[in-house]
Design a protein around this ligand. Structure first.
Ligand code: SF4
Length: 169
């Protein structure tokens, strides 16, 4: 059975980002995954009930794991607490992953939902710090391996390993 992969909707060209744009990843490997029917496209923030466009948001007081644990919040620059939308989106992303039997994800780096190595530090000053977004945190807690758009080859290797290993879902 083909190993599927959850991919941030903005990385496949969907205009779902906060500014109404996309961040399509040009890597031909991602195009091949789509041709092979592996890609499960998902935007946690839109699924969590946020509009396009929407105010930029950053995690204040920690990273995505801390938001899940209720000790950090996702705030817009204007101070609106949108944590609930982010947590709902993360849960729906995990539901989608489970439904599709997904064990690997390729998510947009630095997003407060999808970041996997870095997130913005909550001061809206363009400063990134180590940490992961809310959806990435929840997926990782469930055992999904999350890569950024800069790690397409790592994600591809992971898919190959899982397909070759015969490890059941
Ligand atoms: Fe892209 Fe994720 Fe932001 Fe949606 S939540 S726009 S998929 S980075």
């Amino acid at each position: 059975m083909v190993e599927r992969i959850l991919v941030s909707a903005c990385l496949v060209g969907r205009r779902v980002r906060y500014d109404g744009g996309a961040k399509a990843v040009g890597d031909e490997v991602v195009g091949r995954w789509r041709d092979e029917g592996r890609v499960v496209v998902f935007c946690p923030e839109v699924s969590g009930g946020l509009p396009v466009p929407r105010p930029a948001a950053e995690i204040v007081g920690g990273d995505g794991g801390d938001v899940l644990d209720g000790v950090a919040r996702v705030l817009t620059e204007g101070g609106e607490d949108v944590s609930e939308h982010f947590v709902r989106g993360a849960r729906l992303a995990l539901d989608a992953a489970r439904e599709a039997g997904v064990r690997v994800a390729l998510l947009k780096e630095s997003s407060p939902s999808c970041g996997s190595l870095r997130v913005y530090d909550g001061r809206f000053a363009g400063v990134r710090v180590p940490g992961h977004g809310v959806t990435t945190a929840l997926l990782r807690r469930a055992g999904v391996r999350v890569f950024s758009e800069d790690q397409v080859s790592g994600a591809a290797e992971c898919l190959r390993e899982l397909e070759g290993s015969g490890v059941p879902r």
